[in-house]
Write a protein that binds this ligand. Structure first.
Ligand code: FAD
Ligand code: NAD
Length: 405
């Protein structure tokens, strides 16, 4: 009998979690498992703000996929997914086509620009390892050429971060720790470097606990961040950003570096493949399947799971992506065994911790509020836990934070 073919698209949190659980639970003759990813490595998306600010070397953020997979059971294909054709059970890659019996789509997110003019051309985003590295290199270039390129204007050193969600705030936390070091290296006065955070909503970290929001904002303000709250960015130009002043007029905030961290959408492959979607996210059923396709599971940032308490989708996080990967692996095993009663997905929210640089953070963990060193320690525990869930102790020892020796 032919082996059933399981194809997993994306080697991020959701995809790799599915693969490691499948390779643990299936023997080589139970299924053919293929993992497709556009790079030979996995990167920790949740650490990208550190790579972007340069507080962590980009190489620290990634590890080889072949070190994680059991090559007797899983075939790794490095290629770009162009389109899924669910009616034909096929996936078009950059260089070939794959067929499947079961498909797991875990292709992550892309930056949401809401059609705002100029962002694609003039702003950076913290979307993947390459885009994070570009930000680091750009900032280093700007500082290193400040005295020599003849312009010497303050706008040259000004940095705008668009959006005060978790990504914007975590990036700012790293950035304000890095700037004094850059100033020291390139003999620049700290007061010449302006850092703006521009947020459309009436508060920083909208929806988060107000006491923790106050703490986070005050830590960043003390380190030099100027917040413009209730101020939507309307356009990005090569000179900076145009913001809405609330009176029908716009104002230019000049900046040589604009980092757009104002939201995400699912992967555009979802739209190209014709799945029903909202901003490239598919409202999956309780088994995490795409409507109309019992053989296609969609997880992570490409999926939307409704929180029944709020009637809105859970925010896309690594936490939910990994829990989804675990469940899909379990259900795939049941399907291969010919069982029909699959397990439904229930999100177990363990909390949220938002870092504010190396040694500070704010969070709610198991319902308890934490700040400062305690929260920062917890954040590193969470970072290590996701390494552990995918690569076990050896990966934690190789890549983990909180090194004990
Ligand atoms: P990812 O983990 O992003 O993986 C997607 C994979 O697909 C990548 O390997 C990518 O290379 C690959 N890929 C993409 N397109 C293609 C293609 N066309 N062809 C082939 N391969 C492709 N969440 C938390 O829970 N806690 C946090 O602390 C946290 N911090 C964050 C910090 C930052 C700076 C950011 C940006 C996000 C953070 N998040 C956090 C959110 C979290 O990172 C995402 O929700 C999570 O990465 C989603 O997992 P995923 O498996 O869907 O996608
Ligand atoms: P987000 O959608 O959570 O936040 C984007 C922010 O940008 C919002 O506050 C929004 O009001 C603002 N914004 C939108 N349009 C704007 C405009 N025109 N001008 C100015 N501001 C504008 O997006 P994110 O921060 O990238 O987070 C994406 C996902 O990743 C979320 O689900 C988040 O929970 C998750 N994440 C989690 C962590 C963590 O747990 N520590 C860290 C980073 C990201």
């Amino acid at each position: 009998m032919n082996k059933q073919k399981i194809v997993i698209l994306g080697g991020g949190y959701g995809g790799l979690q599915t693969v490691v659980k499948l390779q643990k639970s299936l023997s080589p003759n139970e299924a053919e498992i293929i993992l497709v990813n556009n790079h030979p490595y996995h990167y920790e998306t949740t650490w990208l703000h550190e790579a972007a600010a340069g507080t962590l070397q980009p190489e620290r953020v990634r590890y080889s996929i072949e070190d994680i997979i059991d090559q007797r059971k899983v075939q790794f294909v490095q290629d770009t997914v162009e389109k899924i054709i669910p009616e034909e059970k096929k996936v078009q890659l950059g260089t070939r086509e794959l067929s499947y019996d079961y498909l797991v789509v875990a292709l992550g997110a892309e930056a949401e620009t809401f059609g705002i003019k100029g962002l694609k051309e003039h702003a950076f985003t913290i979307s993947n390892l390459d885009s994070a590295r570009k930000i680091k290199e750009h900032i280093e270039y700007v500082f290193s050429t400040y005295h020599s390129d003849g312009r010497n204007t303050d706008e040259q050193l000004s940095i705008v971060v668009g959006g005060a969600g978790f990504t914007g705030i975590e990036f700012l936390g790293e950035l304000v720790n890095r700037i004094p070091k850059l100033c020291d290296t390139y003999q620049i006065k700290r007061e010449n470097v302006k850092v703006y955070c521009i947020e459309a909503a009436p508060t920083v970290l909208p929806g988060f606990d107000p006491e923790l929001v106050k703490y986070a904002k005050s830590v960043l303000e003390k380190k030099g961040v100027e917040f413009l709250i209730g101020t939507p960015i309307k356009e990005c130009t090569k000179e900076g950003v145009l913001v809405d002043q609330g009176n029908g007029e716009t104002k230019l905030i000049k900046a040589n570096t604009v980092v757009w961290a104002a939201g995400v959408r699912g992967n555009s492959v979802i739209e190209k493949s014709g799945f029903e979607n909202v901003r490239a996210r598919v409202a999956v059923d309780s088994y995490l399947r795409a409507p109309g396709y019992d053989d296609v599971f969609i997880i992570g940032d490409c999926s939307a799971v409704i929180n029944k308490e709020t009637n809105r989708p859970y925010p896309p996080t690594a936490q939910i992506a990994m829990q989804q990967g675990k469940l899909v692996a379990k259900n795939l095993k049941l399907l291969l065994q010919g069982k029909k009663d699959l397990e439904t997905f229930v999100f177990d929210n363990k909390g949220t911790v938002c870092s504010l640089g190396e040694d500070d953070a704010v969070g709610i963990v198991f319902g308890k509020k934490i700040t400062g060193f305690k929260a920062s320690f917890m954040k590193k525990v969470i970072d290590n836990r996701s390494l552990f869930l995918i690569g076990g102790t050896s990966l934690v020892l190789k890549k983990g934070k909180l090194k004990l020796f």
